[in-house]
Design a protein around this ligand. Structure first.
Ligand code: PMT
Length: 398
């Protein structure tokens, strides 16, 4: 239920604006107080009269109301709301929000809003898939906004693909879940390790792995949404995102990751070890680039610290730790072993045998094995949703 929640509903110029009428009605039915802001372009698709009737509040479009001359303060609107939901969000409005342009009331409210902002995009499939739109959405998410991915189906253009605004019922359930989770871990310090590590061979080469960091970053975003103070120890993943409530420590090698983790861990209530850490590193790092002379060379490797295992040994009874097991066979057996040897409270198992699971994908398929012996399987989901399941499990233990 959304009883007593204040929802600012932003509507932009898209054919999906007709869905906003149902959305406004459903939000009011759930007990929310709804105020609607429309961009000028939204008026071409739906009338303010429909939305003011359904939301039971005047609809706002201009900085000043034409008839009364009354000022619609973008600052006050942004402070009034518990959540600013922009649905449908056109490519144009998302681009303006990403770049900080505010040539209408909706975009000005976006820039001054202190509440969380959720976008439900709607546009044609080629616009949705355009790198510019993709980079705007990434930028918006990186700044702590939330995006409900567009659904796939028939589009107004007659084409079929991803771009439809997700159905109003789904948006309402997203908002419900969102507000339940939002700030539910407020004040908890949580450490996350994420991404790959790289072990140098010479000044040019390294031993690494295929982790993109997506899983660990999704966990970090979920913890941040829930209000946790996150300490993210991140291996080399390219562009480092900005995530609210999150302090990021960039590291390269397993030894560096261990050094930083050791300093931070004692002060944290929980830790999630999602990094793909190199178990071995070259014993000697060459100071000059290795030349191509010999037919074969021997590279002697020595063991890296087991970060989760070492911290597991010093963890207090108050602290909760969760690890991952990336397996290519006998997942349950190996996971049980790691759960025990690394003193985890639970372990998230993902197997390279499953389609859409593991490295690089935007999806993952996990099972959670608890130290009590409980085993729970989940279907393939987006890494964002997988992160929700993992953090739900963690929250249950805190
Ligand atoms: O980054 P993505 O592309 O999104 O991919 C996600 C992922 C596949 C990397 C992630 O889901 C995952 O499985 N991470 C753990 C990978 C791994 O190294 O698993 P492992 O079974 O080798 O290690 C077991 C646990 O010990 C892990 O929690 C690991 O972080 C930790 N470990 C391992 C070795 C080491 N020296 N120190 C550690 O802390």
């Amino acid at each position: 239920m959304l009883q007593g929640k204040k929802i600012l509903l932003g509507i932009t110029g898209s054919i999906a604006a007709y869905k906003s009428a149902v959305l406004a009605r459903l939000l009011v039915k759930e007990g929310a107080e709804v105020k609607v802001i429309m961009t000028p372009a939204a008026h071409d698709f739906i009338t303010p009269l429909t939305l003011s009737t359904l939301s039971r509040n005047p609809v706002l479009t201009q900085f000043a109301a034409a008839d009364s001359g009354q000022w619609n303060s973008h600052v006050e609107l942004g402070m009034w709301a518990d959540v600013f939901l922009i649905a449908p969000a056109s490519a144009n409005t998302m681009a303006k929000c990403a770049r900080g342009m505010c040539d209408n009331l909706l975009t000005a409210v976006y820039l001054s809003a202190r509440c969380p902002v959720i976008f439900a995009p709607a546009m044609d499939l080629d616009m949705y898939n355009h790198p510019s739109t993709g980079s705007n959405m990434t930028m918006l998410e990186g700044r702590g906004n939330y995006i409900i991915p567009a659904a796939t189906g028939e589009l107004a253009s007659g084409l079929t693909g991803q771009g439809r605004m997700t159905e109003p019922e789904h948006v309402v359930s997203y908002v419900n879940q969102f507000l339940d989770r939002h700030n539910s871990l407020s004040g908890e310090k949580i450490m996350v390790t994420a991404g790959p590590t790289r072990e140098p061979v010479d000044p040019v080469r390294f031993l690494g792995n295929q982790s993109s960091g997506k899983m660990g970053l999704a966990i970090t975003r979920e913890l941040s949404l829930r209000g946790a103070e996150v300490k993210l120890i991140l291996g080399p993943v390219g562009q480092v995102p900005v995530i609210p409530n999150t302090e990021i420590f960039n590291v390269v090698t397993a030894s560096e990751m261990y050094g930083v983790s050791r300093k931070i861990f004692h002060d944290c209530k929980a830790a999630i070890f999602s990094a793909a850490v190199a178990d071995y590193r070259p014993e000697n790092v060459l100071s000059q680039k290795l030349k191509r002379k010999e037919e074969s060379i021997d590279l002697k490797l020595v063991k890296n610290p087991d970060i989760a295992g070492e911290l597991g040994k010093i963890k207090t009874s108050e602290q909760v730790t969760a690890g991952f097991a990336l397996e290519s066979s006998n997942a349950l057996e190996h996971a049980r072993e790691k759960l025990k040897s690394k003193y985890f409270d639970f372990i998230v198992v993902n197997s390279l045998e499953d389609e859409g699971a593991g490295f690089g994908h935007d999806t993952n398929k996990i099972s959670i094995l608890d130290k009590s012996g409980d085993w729970k399987d989940f279907p393939v989901k987006s890494k964002r949703e997988v992160a929700m399941d993992i953090v739900d499990h963690l929250a249950g233990l805190l």
